[in-house]
Each structure stands twice: as structure tokens, then as C-alpha cells.
Design a protein around this ligand. Structure first.
Ligand SMILES: [Zn+2]
Length: 88
């Protein structure tokens, strides 16, 4: 992601931080990357604000997904068969 007027804090540009936010949320970043992202968020108002909003969005999505009823059994069966038939 490339942003206008982005700044570099803690060795990461705003775009790089935003690219990492979802991994950050998922805990997929290495400890070093996490520290860098957090340092950037502390030093950059814009990303801190965006990061805060992003967190809200992700939390809302997660809770909506968690409430989604499980996929019907026959649908899973059909999906499995469809995937099986695509295998070489
Ligand atoms: Zn930033």
C-alpha cells in the first residue's frame, strides 16, 4: 500500500504499517515486526488513528463471523466432493 504524505517511523512507512495491520491483528508477525509496528503506531498519529479504527472493524467482523451459523452438512459434503474431483 502506498499512501500520500506517508512518513517513516521506526523503520516502517505508513503504507508498510497498514500492510502489516491485519497480520498484526492475527498475531502473525514476528516479535521484531510487532515491536516495529507498535513503535510506528506510537510515533504516528495517523496510523494510530487508522489502527484504532481497523481494530474496531476487525473485532466487528470477527464477532459477526462467530455468530454465523455453521455451514449445513450437505453443503460441506458437496464442497468436499467438488474439491476431490478437482484433484489430479
Ligand atoms: Zn504512520
Amino acid at each position: 500500500m502506498k499512501l500520500e504524505n506517508e512518513i517513516t517511523v521506526a523503520g516502517l512507512s505508513c503504507g508498510q504499517v497498514l500492510d502489516r495491520l491485519s497480520d498484526y491483528q492475527d498475531g502473525d508477525l514476528s516479535p521484531a515486526e510487532r515491536t516495529q509496528v507498535e513503535a510506528h503506531l506510537r510515533g504516528c498519529d495517523r496510523c494510530a488513528r487508522f489502527g484504532g479504527e481497523f481494530r474496531v472493524v476487525v473485532d466487528a467482523l470477527r464477532s459477526r463471523l462467530a455468530r454465523t451459523p455453521p455451514v449445513p452438512r450437505d453443503f460441506r459434503e458437496r464442497l468436499r466432493r467438488a474439491l476431490d474431483s478437482e484433484r489430479p
